[in-house]
Write a protein that binds this ligand. Structure first.
Ligand SMILES: *Cc1c(COP(=O)(O)O)cnc(C)c1O
Ligand SMILES: [Zn+2]
Length: 453
């Protein structure tokens, strides 16, 4: 069975382009391209057969199908030869039942999809495995590609560097100077990427990397390259699979460049078209108030879009003012009866910490999504009995500076309502015991009060 996929313009211009062509935009109108699949071929298997196949492969050893992405290869990138696949067993991330957090906010059925539990600590691995595999295939076919490059707010570059290192391909990453965490900076350095630190923001890096790639034999790895969306869309297939193919009511996704919102929507639409699911969830895009171009457009019914200057936010991976995938995301939000909501710095920092108190270890972007959840619940947009999935986009360990500063009250203009500081005690039994019981009592009182907030 020859499954087939190709690039096509999102504005439906004529023309199909092979996935191993170096092309990012429609040559006719300049719009983004997307990957389309031959649905008739995919429909030759029944919905039940696909679900069974995916379940049989899930987290098993047969390479590369044990990967959460490559277990769904036919629907991701069928033309890749297995020998060219560069996989780090990405995907299959934990769906964390946030039982305690749910109880505290009055939600019975709250889940956090831990996409940050991955090789480089963010969901970017899911898309990068597809893109770098395709580059490896193109090189094996004799295409001249000197290196692969991306602009990044920190996580894309970490993923690109790791997958390229595994494949033996040179990577080049463009980072906005002083705007990524230490962990995010050391990842590409450690993996041998050429790491360029530019005195601008993400949007500035994006402009330059596009020009560099267009004029040289360097392949562009940003999410305007829609191969990445194909890998990321497996998140929606996987989370439905984790509920034994039941569709949740709400998905909340932190959004910056808006590739991930587009990707998750695409995954659900594909499942619906193949009769694997009967309903669609509602999708919420959560933005930081400091970088909220989609939210502003949403307030005007998406009738217009103005790129903005994104201000500094603790949610640094979504500090983006001119999102590349704006149009794709709007299409998805319209189709999924979607909502865009925003969170302030205070809200996102407290929400991340509140979640941590119940066993999570959140990055600030997951904090944005959680803060938005709290708001929508308060506004009664989301009802207490509904099943909600929060997409956690990165591992909290990438953002220890943020977390440490929060607990030490060193974040500017933020009052940490969930701070928890280490206590210095003399190394003597009596002193330790007295302090311990005094503090336990205080903590108990404070906890009860804080959790009522
Ligand atoms: C990339 C990223 C996002 C935003 O995803 P987009 O596809 O750009 O909207 C959110 N959180 C983290 C941690 C990220 O790395
Ligand atoms: Zn076009």
């Amino acid at each position: 069975m020859e499954y087939k996929a190709w690039f096509q313009c999102i504005s439906n211009c004529e023309g199909k382009y092979e996935l191993n062509e170096v092309i990012y935009n429609c040559p006719k109108c300049g719009d983004l391209l997307e990957v389309r699949h031959d649905l008739n071929k995919l429909k030759k298997k029944s919905a039940w057969q696909w679900m069974k196949l995916f379940d049989d492969r899930y987290r098993r050893g047969e390479w590369p199908y044990g990967s959460g992405v490559w277990g769904k290869k036919e629907m991701v990138c069928p033309g890749l030869e297995n020998q060219n696949i560069v996989s780090m067993y990405e995907g299959s991330s934990n769906l964390f039942w946030a039982e305690r957090l749910g109880k505290e906010i009055g939600l019975e059925d709250l889940w956090v999809k831990q996409c940050g539990n991955s090789h480089t600590g963010s969901f970017k691995d899911l898309g990068m495995t597809v893109l770098v595999s395709m580059v490896k295939q193109m090189i094996s076919e004799g295409k001249k590609i000197t290196a692969v490059a991306c602009a990044s707010t920190g996580d894309t570059s970490a993923a690109l560097a790791a997958y390229c290192a595994a494949a033996g391909i040179q990577s080049i990453v463009f980072l906005p100077k002083n705007k990524v965490s230490n962990a995010q900076l050391i990842q590409p350095i450690a993996n041998g990427a050429m790491t360029l630190s530019l005195d601008t923001d993400f949007d500035g890096c994006m402009k330059i990397v596009q020009e560099i790639c267009r004029k040289n034999n360097i392949y562009l790895a940003n999410s305007m390259n829609s191969l990445r969306v194909e890998g990321q869309k497996t998140v929606s297939i996987e989370l439905v699979q984790q509920f034994d193919w039941e569709v949740p009511d709400w998905i909340i996704i932190p959004g910056g460049n808006l590739g991930n919102v587009s990707a998750l929507g695409k995954g659900f639409l594909l499942m619906r078209d193949l009769w694997m699911i009967k309903k669609l969830p509602r999708i919420v895009c959560a933005q930081a108030e400091m970088a909220n171009p989609l939210y502003q457009s949403y307030l005007k019914g998406f009738e217009e879009f103005k790129p903005i200057h994104a201000k500094k936010t603790l949610a640094s991976a979504i500090q983006i003012g001119n999102p590349v995938s704006f149009k794709k995301a709007v299409k998805v939000l319209k189709e999924f009866n979607g909502i865009v909501e925003q969170a302030s710095e205070q809200e996102l920092a407290d929400a991340a910490a509140k979640g941590d108190w119940t066993g999570l270890f959140n990055c600030p972007h997951t904090g944005v999504a959680l803060a938005v959840l709290f708001k929508l619940l308060k506004k009664k947009v989301i009802a207490p009995h509904e099943r909600v999935i929060v997409i956690s986009t990165a591992h909290g360990l990438k953002f220890t500076e943020f977390k440490l500063k929060y607990h030490e009250s060193r974040l500017k203009n933020i009052t940490p309502h969930y701070a928890n500081l280490p206590i210095e005690v003399p190394a003597k039994y009596d002193a330790v015991r007295d302090t311990l019981f005094r503090e336990l009592e205080k903590k108990d009182k404070r906890r009860k009060k804080s959790l009522q907030r």
